[in-house]
Design a protein around this ligand. Sequence first.
Ligand code: C5P
Length: 416
Amino acid sequence: MIAIMDQNLPRKLLLGLTGGIAAYKVAELVRLLRQSNIELQVVMTEAACRFITPVTLQALSGNTVHTDLWDPRVANNMAHIELSRDCDGIVIAPASADFMAKVANGLADDLLSTLCLARECPLLIAPAMNRQMWDNPATQRNVKTLTNDGVTLLGPATGDQACGEVGMGRMREAEEIFAGILSYFAPKILAGKNVLITAGPTFEAIDPVRGISNRSSGKMGYAIARATLDAGASVTLVSGPSSLAAPLGATLIPVVSAAEMHRAVMGNITGKDIFISVAAVADYTVKQPSRSKIKKSSAALNIELTPTVDIVGQVAQMPDAPFCVGFAAESDNLHEYAEAKRRRKKLPLLAANLVQSAIGGDDNELILFDDDGVHPLNRQPKEALARRLVEHIANLLARRLTTRARTTKKSNKAKT
Ligand code: C5P
């Protein structure tokens, strides 16, 4: 994976660990944050050190781990102030019930709680505790106080707990906490916008076991859904078959065939400001799929195919069409085919990539085509590319809305 400096990511975070079995998940969180070039200052409570060692976190974060309020190595013996001063935020994971109670009540009797009280930056907390501790009215009171004080809670999640019980209170997975951190720091450039996104492949049945599909993992579309949510939009994701989990916060509409995707899009397009058509929709479907499995024989088999509806093309033709973004995967003549496709489908923006570099992998490179010309986006992780694309969409949309407002003002003036 290629790491690229991203100005929307936090530059440095203070990561605090308190005592909880979920501490082992933090090793993965540290890896994800470091992979995104986010510098980390790890601070652990005494109880946290019983679950995972400072040596492990020192090795993973690449920085000295602090545990002691009285550490003489920190400037002026002021560890409780100095350690968070150059950080963009403090993230506590796992956050025990006891630690949350301390922060909610302004207690400061160890390095981490003192850092939280003396902070000048945002505080994000990933709770981790037994379900009864979570449900306890005292914890719920503390949750309310923390939220009122502007603290952001990342979780908890529900499910199996280390104690053998099942319920609310387990710490979110590392990937979810990582996504929550990125989401918190992302600029809300699409706040209030409603967005419909298609992703993944479609599957056109030949018989009950066979079918025609396109190679698409759904990674790019799901990353765009995540970036759009992080930018403050409401997101509906119409997805063909994919093994990926839908981004937290998106409304998922699972579909299989191109016809189902078409129905789901047309049924949900009203009121949408933006339509991003990332799905690799089958261009042809089977005219008459067999109800029973077709028996193998040595004779040639002919299957009649009929064209599917061009979903993005149809949406773009609507009288009050949302801002439509198309995708194109080409094996050659990328520029020529992509721009021709954009004009044919009447799309204000089209993102094109070479099939050789795009399918299945974690990285990609995109070329954006719009009325201003061509904008190449370098090879980078699909998540980072998605953020660049969302920025581009937000800029074009803002410009379109300003132009429309000016035109309306002018025509109103002409009428009076
Ligand atoms: O024409 P082509 O399939 O290459 O166009 C790709 C773009 O059109 C993608 O944005 C894809 O999601 C969209 N598309 C569609 N409906 C189809 C075929 C493609 O919306 N039936």
